[in-house]
Structures are given as structure tokens and as C-alpha cells.
Design a binder for this molecule. Structure first.
Ligand SMILES: [Zn+2]
Length: 357
């Protein structure tokens, strides 16, 4: 399958326009190489993978975007990690359609954060007619890098040496993406990062939540055999209201098409139904909710991964703002192919967890 229904000429044109827009933002954290060594430097940089923003660099990059947006992108801390690092929430737009994205709940799944910086720049910095028109239709909030302590240590959990968690690892920390139980008040949540996401959600009141993660490496079974670059899934808990499930699947189909058009190979993600997973929790709370998993491809393909996730973020904002989700048949989501087996020899520390997102 190359595309699902819901693809339109208009959305293709929008993606093409965005592709042009993004040239200016495609390389946010790279020093400009000397001209004589430009090709070699670019090649080396590509092989080395995406240079990730440190926590301090992330704060500076967000402030830079806020400044160059002339106040159109607003950045504030919506809480602190267990070690006291700020959790940044960047918002833009004044429109009635409200979307919230979350990146990097798991500290060793960093690429969605890099995509988010580029999406904020594209959607917030330009003051051209199209950008202004879109911002009048949407309000977008991105919680950028929900787990700065885990990022610091390049591990999955937050950092809480006193933790003896049901989900997580004793002496290390909690798995933030297991502590979103809808019935748990933020004040009672042992995981400050999960509590901050919930508080931000409750204040921001998005109708669409998308949570960006990373997974191991998988392929479709023969004869297809292609490596899967992205997997997605909507809420699967049985208590999710039917309307929320339907709108989640509409978002899923749109996101599937955006990734696919950008060159990604997309499958469903085989996720569980536990209500503490953000994908399920925010569906149970009544909104559209989607999980996105970027595969942990080799370094030379990380820029592609960042790019495709960026396209999905900008495209969904556009589709939501212009009412393009309503015409999608939710049942089309069920046609998205299931994830194939792990590619032999690619198991790493992350896939050793062998559980969701
Ligand atoms: Zn994850």
C-alpha cells in the first residue's frame, strides 16, 4: 500500500510548500563547514548522525525561536523534572483547533525533539500570509523533551534513585509513559514529568495529542521486505469513548499519509491497552490521541527520521486547522499494515526492553 484515502491535491501542495519553507531550518545545530571542506564535512556529519541538542542548548534554541518569532512562539516551563530541570512548553497560534505534541518521554528516544524545534520554527517564525492564516486557525503546544534527566543519562527512565517502581527500574527511575492513568491526580503522581504533561494538557485543553517515541528496527515480512521507518497507533483501551477512538484513527490516517509522502515506510505499532500509557490515557480522557514511533535507524538515516517526523507535525497542524480530518474514514486506519519482525542482529539496549514505546 502506498497511500490511504484522504490524500488530496491540496495536502500535497501544502507539503510541497512546507518542503520549501523548511530549507532554512533544516540544519539547526550544525556549524557551517569551511567551503573547501564542505562536502567532506557534510558527509562526515551525515555519517555521524544528527547532532542532538543538550538540555542547555535546547533551552537556548527555544529562546532563539521565541525571539525570532517576535512573540508568536511563546516558551515557558510547565514544571520541573525530578532533578529540577525545566520542562519546556512552546505554544503558537490563536486559533480554535488545539493540538498538543509531546516528545522524548523516554530519554534515549531523542529524535522527535529535534523535529519539534524545526516545526516550531516553520509554524511560528514566518509572518507570511499562509503562516498567519494557519496560526489563526490552530493553537499548537509542544512539550519539548519531557524527560531531560533521562536525556542527560541517555536512558529511558527519569532519574529517581529512590524509586522502587512498578514501571521503571529500582535505583534508576520511573518509566514516565506508564504514569498517565486518567484517574490519578497530578498531585498524587510519583512521576513529576508525567504530572506536568497532565497539568499542561488540562490547562491547554487540546483536542488532539500526539506522542513521539522511538523503537528498534523492523521490516515487513517477505515478499515486501522493506524496513519499517515509522510505526503509529491510536488508543486501544476498551474504555476509550467511541468518538475519541474515531478521531484518533482519523489523525492516524492523516499522519500515516504525511509520513508516507515524505518517504517513510509506516506500520501499525503493536501496543498494549494499559491505561497508564499516554496514548491510551489521553484517549480515555476524550481527545484524539496518537503514538508515533520512529525507528532507530543507523546514523546516516537519522536526518531523514527527523525530517519525516517534522513533516508529520506540520502537516497535522495544517490538516486540523483546515478541517481536513473530518472527511477521513476512521476504518482506513485498520488497513495500515501490521509491524513485521525485528531485523536480526539489530537488537540494542532499547529493544531489549521489548515493551511498548
Ligand atoms: Zn518510548
Amino acid at each position: 500500500m502506498t497511500s490511504l484515502p484522504g490524500r488530496t491535491a491540496r495536502s500535497l501542495a501544502a507539503t510541497a510548500a512546507l518542503a520549501l519553507l523548511t530549507g532554512a531550518f533544516a540544519v539547526p545545530a550544525q556549524a557551517a563547514p569551511a567551503a573547501s571542506n564542505a562536502v567532506a564535512a557534510r558527509t562526515a556529519a551525515a555519517q555521524a548522525g544528527v547532532r542532538l541538542h543538550s538540555n542547555a542548548e535546547l533551552a537556548r534554541a527555544l529562546q532563539r525561536i521565541a525571539r525570532s518569532s517576535d512573540g508568536r512562539v511563546r516558551v515557558r516551563s510547565v514544571g520541573t523534572s525530578n532533578e529540577g530541570r525545566p520542562l519546556w512548553f512552546a505554544t503558537l497560534g490563536t486559533g480554535p483547533k488545539r493540538l498538543m505534541y509531546v516528545t522524548q518521554q523516554h530519554g534515549d528516544e531523542p529524535l522527535g525533539t529535534e523535529s519539534a524545534l524545526q516545526a516550531l520554527a516553520t509554524l511560528g517564525v514566518s509572518n507570511g500570509k499562509e503562516a498567519r492564516r494557519l496560526r489563526s486557525k490552530i493553537t499548537l503546544g509542544i512539550l519539548v523533551r519531557a524527560n531531560p534527566d533521562g536525556h542527560e543519562r541517555q536512558w529511558r527512565y527519569n532519574y529517581d534513585p529512590d524509586a522502587d517502581p512498578e514501571y521503571g527500574e529500582p535505583g534508576k527511575g520511573y518509566d514516565i509513559n506508564r504514569y498517565h492513568n486518567p484517574g490519578m491526580a497530578p498531585a498524587d503522581n510519583p512521576v513529576p514529568e508525567a504530572a506536568a504533561i497532565r497539568r499542561a494538557h488540562d490547562r491547554f485543553r487540546p483536542s488532539i495529542m500526539v506522542d513521539y517515541h522511538m523503537q528498534g528496527r523492523y521490516a515487513f515480512p517477505p515478499p515486501d521486505g522493506r524496513e519499517i521507518t515509522t510505526s503509529i497507533l491510536w488508543p486501544t483501551n476498551v474504555t476509550v469513548p467511541a468518538a475519541a477512538l474515531a478521531s484518533s484513527k482519523q489523525v492516524g490516517v492523516r499522519v500515516y499519509n504525511a509520513f508516507t509522502r515524505a518517504g517513510a515506510v509506516v506500520s501499525q505499532y503493536p501496543g498494549g491497552d494499559y491505561e497508564g500509557i499516554a496514548r491510551n490515557a489521553y484517549g480515555i480522557l476524550g481527545g484524539a490521541s496518537l503514538l508515533v514511533e520512529l525507528s532507530n535507524l543507523p546514523p546516516e538515516r537519522q536526518r531523514f527520521q527527523v525530517w519525516t517526523a517534522y513533516v508529520s507535525m506540520v502537516d497535522l497542524a495544517h490538516a486540523a486547522g483546515y478541517g481536513l480530518l473530518d472527511g477521513i474514514d476512521p476504518a482506513d486506519a485498520d488497513e495500515i499494515p501490521l509491524r513485521g519482525p525485528e531485523i536480526p542482529g539489530t537488537a540494542d539496549a532499547r529493544s531489549a526492553h521489548a515493551h511498548e514505546s
